[in-house]
Design a protein around this ligand. Sequence first.
Ligand code: DX5
Ligand code: ZN
Length: 215
Amino acid sequence: MIAPSVLAADFANLQRDVEMINSSQADWFHIDIMDGHFVPNISFGLPVCEAIHRHAKKPLDVHLMIEKPELYLEAFKKAGAANISVHFEACKHLHRTLQEIKNLGCLAGVVLNPATPVSVLEDILPYCEMVLLMSVNPGFGGQQFIEFTYDKVRKLKRMITERNLNTLIEIDGGVNYETGQKLVEAGADVLVAGSYVFNAKNPVQTIEELKTLYL
Ligand code: DX5
Ligand code: ZN
């Protein structure tokens, strides 16, 4: 699956860019929420998420880069989130938070920063419907892909298979055709792509090319 990141869209032409994703082969809208505390950047919040939802014809994949994400789960559900992913590093009571996300009827995801090993998921994995591995340090688009991510994907894939789970593996940061190809080989199910899609001459075609990685 491909989830273009709206963070790289033109916010003054958001409806145009949402329609571009609607008309493409993209599967989800990736929505990056940053609070200026958990990450050193502020993106946008609930009203923008809700506005995107009004025009989006595909599910919203909400990535919360915020402290105390448990306080905002219901609000993001109301703003149209289909998937809600929270950072392992931001959750004191991750098991409870994942259950709250599921109780809202959303797909529950856990995000790991590049420096957080997949081994921390050993016990909680059966409660994660998706694991999002950051392949850059969260906070900004357009950063360089961190190479050891491939190993993390392989390790995580092994953990999922060993436990007979169907947890999705999503990768976020520095994804392009080349890194995407290796990620899919390693076991990635969902690729997030921001600058690679939106800086392309033909974003719809670029999404189409990324989709061929799954053929
Ligand atoms: C980074 C965000 C990403 C970002 C990816 O903190 O979580 O979703 O938009 O951007 P690219 O694809 O440009 O690395
Ligand atoms: Zn993201």
